[in-house]
Design a protein. Structure first.
Length: 712
């Protein structure tokens, strides 16, 4: 009897231990980034999803040139865009080129090259508009004389604490961003009587990938004082491509000094247009807020540093408490600590960079890549994780941008002879299609709105589900209409094929490629989801969609391995088919297995990819894609190995950014893919009942988690 009681009590203790909530603050704070040198790849960022401010080891943007080839010191927003003058009056239709892909009609694509040579309209619309660097705020210091650096980003509160010495003087800088306004606040404590705060405003470069800062352009780059306002406030008017301070403003900047004295410093050789401004701050403590905005608002309430800091603390603590969390502290595998670091830092980085009212660019609001434009085939990798990690409101915020560009997407589909809407690949807030010899032929961005809307539906309660269904039903329907009209019926084979496209594995060519496996599976999955949405909204299933679903071509295979496309039998001999994204694995991983896929052949393909792929020619999201494939196939050891593969493009910097190469020093789709894969490995997917199905059941991966949702 006593023995039974003891066993009962022991079981109660064990159950109680398992039921203990995760100490979220401990998980988050033990992964705070800590910087002790002027490491140009360890820049830290504060932001609110639609505005971000990246700092060097001084806690401000004191050394933008030093950091320009690392993780640059960006000040960027969703609304800050610019276009160079268009004296040739190029029009988007001048970049169109006609193609015949055997679908019975001519299709017009916006291409990067026309008649085999660079074309003015194509190049102008690729470069314009581009995202702006809104301005650098820093201290007037020499980088070689900064010593004793001790800098920490407190992820739990969104506050950067920076301490260092300069010429024998101690500095303590605190930096924070407002959670709703495009406003950064800082507090500077120092015994240096000669300290100066600088405000510098660059002209945009319009280059493909850089810090967006041309510091040598003065004539087209004007900053004028609008005068000192109430409560010790300076307002600056920024004018680009104008001739005087009376031209139309591109945006405004308000500096509100709320502690300590400041004096404008007249410097010898100052340019009359005031693009570099220096303020001496002799007091022991100086604090101010700096806000960037498109239109002047005289009624905008000024905020103090303390108010902004408190708002940040409340926002970030709510973010961490309400969303999903994963605790790896009980794991004994030596790799678990690094995986937790990557996961926690990715949660922070994506909330800072990817939570705005447009889809994010690959490098977020940190610096420009692809001219600052965003890629719609990447929105799934950036944003799907928000629904899985308990923040569907962030996904919904950016997904709503699709409503604003429906007319543009309809026109693209119409000019190519299709129904519905064809979502552009590389674009900007206006939805203008950026010409491209690759991007304009991609199709895997097309089903994303259906998949993402489904994730929002699954993340909602009953009331929320009804709202999501009503809100997105037309986007789902028109997206599916295009997909149905794009699939081409092959009468001889009594099947539907996908052709005239460049697949996610971009080394393949549009005029040669038929039936890439991931796209085929995605067409099946998304059209079936669109049918479910019709039924949920009280509509009957579309007979046309069902016919396509049932007659889609099977995935092409050779020697019990899936091919990169039906037209790619030379898979093993040609490097084109073993480089870039191993998208074939996405057919079972990103997606559930459709009737077209055979798990045994897919497992053979996974093993072949692991052993033979050109891994040095991959991208950051290829590793989580491989992990998701391995997890669905019941190979958790390979899932873990994929997530932590020691490759350059799977490197995660001290600040958590996914490093790719010297051009792309951060790459947010890698961070988003990591979070999606980990959520799936913990919470599973439809029909999976095991706990932590993506982690090895060997006692070394005792992963605890809360607030995660499974994938379909």
């Amino acid at each position: 009897m006593t023995r039974h009681i003891l066993l009962f009590l022991l079981s109660c203790v064990i159950l109680h231990t398992w039921a203990q909530p995760i100490d979220r603050e401990a998980v988050v704070r033990r992964n705070n980034p800590h910087v002790t040198t002027l490491d140009t790849l360890a820049s830290l960022t504060v932001g609110n999803g639609g505005f971000a401010f990246t700092v060097d080891a001084t806690g401000l943007q004191s050394f933008p040139l030093t950091y320009s080839n690392g993780v640059p010191l960006g000040t960027m927003s969703d609304w800050g865009w610019h276009s160079f003058p268009n004296p040739e009056q190029y029009r988007p239709e001048e970049a169109l080129k006609a193609y015949d892909f055997g679908r019975g009609h001519t299709e017009f694509y916006s291409t990067q090259f026309k008649d085999g040579r660079p074309h003015g309209a194509s190049e102008w619309y690729r470069q314009n508009p581009h995202r702006l660097h809104l301005g650098a705020i820093g201290l007037n210091l020499e980088p070689g004389e900064v010593r004793d650096i001790d800098q920490t980003l407190d992820l739990w509160t969104g506050v950067i604490d920076s301490r260092f010495t300069y010429r024998g003087h101690h500095y303590h800088v605190t930096t924070v961003c407002h959670p709703e306004r495009d406003l950064v606040a800082t507090r500077i404590e120092s015994d240096d009587p000669d300290k100066q705060v600088t405000f510098k405003f660059p002209y945009p470069t319009g280059k493909h990938s850089d810090d967006a800062c041309d510091w040598n352009e003065w004539e087209r780059n004007i900053t004028s004082f609008e005068g000192m306002g109430k409560a010790c406030t300076d307002t600056l008017k920024r004018i680009l491509d104008g001739k005087s301070r009376f031209d139309k403003a591109a945006y405004y900047v308000t500096i509100h000094w709320n502690q300590g004295h400041h004096n404008y410093v007249k410097r010898e050789g100052d340019h009359p247009l005031w693009n570099e401004q220096y303020f001496s701050c002799p007091d022991q403590v100086t604090s101010f807020t700096c806000e960037f905005y498109e239109q002047k608002d005289p009624d905008r309430r000024l905020l103090t540093f303390d108010e902004v800091k408190e708002a940040s603390i409340q926002y970030w603590q709510r973010y961490w408490k309400e969303g999903g969390i994963v605790d790896f502290s009980a794991c004994t595998d030596e790799r678990a600590r690094e995986l937790e670091r990557r996961v926690v830092l990715s949660q922070y980085i994506l909330a800072v960079n990817d939570g705005g009212d447009t889809p994010p660019q690959e490098t977020g609001l940190t610096y420009n890549s692809w001219f600052g434009k965003f890629h719609l085939e990447m929105i799934w990798w950036h944003q799907a994780q928000f629904a899985l990690w308990g923040h569907p409101e962030i996904l919904e915020h950016s997904l709503d941008w699709y409503f604003t560009v429906i007319p543009v997407a309809r026109e693209i589909a119409k000019r190519q002879g299709f129904k519905g809407v064809r979502w552009m690949k590389m674009t900007d807030p206006s939805g203008t299609e950026a010409p491209s010899k690759v991007g304009s032929f991609l199709i895997w961005q097309q089903p994303h709105p259906i998949y993402l809307a489904e994730l929002l539906y699954r993340a909602s309660d009953d009331t929320g589900k009804a709202r999501i269904l009503a809100k997105y039903k037309d986007i789902v329907a028109e997206t599916a209409d295009f997909m149905a009209s794009y699939a081409t019926y092959d009468k001889k084979g009594n099947r539907y094929v996908l052709k005239g496209c460049i697949p996610a594995q971009e080394t393949l060519r549009a005029d040669e490629t038929v039936n890439p496996p991931f796209e085929l599976s995605y067409w099946h999955f998304a059209l079936d989801l669109a049918q479910q949405w019709r039924e949920r909204n009280g509509q009957s299933r579309s007979e046309e969609w069902d016919s396509i679903i049932n007659l889609l071509s099977p995935l092409a295979a050779k020697d019990s391995l899936y091919l990169a496309a039906e037209t790619a039998p030379q898979t093993y001999e040609d490097v084109r088919f073993t480089s870039d994204h191993m998208a074939v694995l996405g057919a079972v991983g990103i997606l559930p297995a459709t009737p077209q896929a055979d798990n045994d052949i897919m497992r053979n393909t996974l093993h072949w990819v692991l052993n033979n792929w050109n891994w040095d020619k991959t991208w950051g999201w290829d590793f989580p894609m491989t992990a998701m494939n391995a997890a669905r196939l019941g190979e958790p050891e390979n899932a873990i190995n994929a997530l932590l593969t020691p490759q350059r493009t799977n490197t995660y910097l001290p600040n958590g950014h996914n490093f790719q190469d010297n051009r792309l020093r951060c790459y947010l789709p890698g961070n988003g893919g990591l979070l999606t894969a980990v959520a799936m490995m913990c919470a599973g997917w439809d029909g999976e009942t095991r706990h932590n199905p993506g982690f090895p059941d060997n006692g070394a991966w005792d992963v605890k988690w809360e607030g995660l949702l499974p994938l379909p």
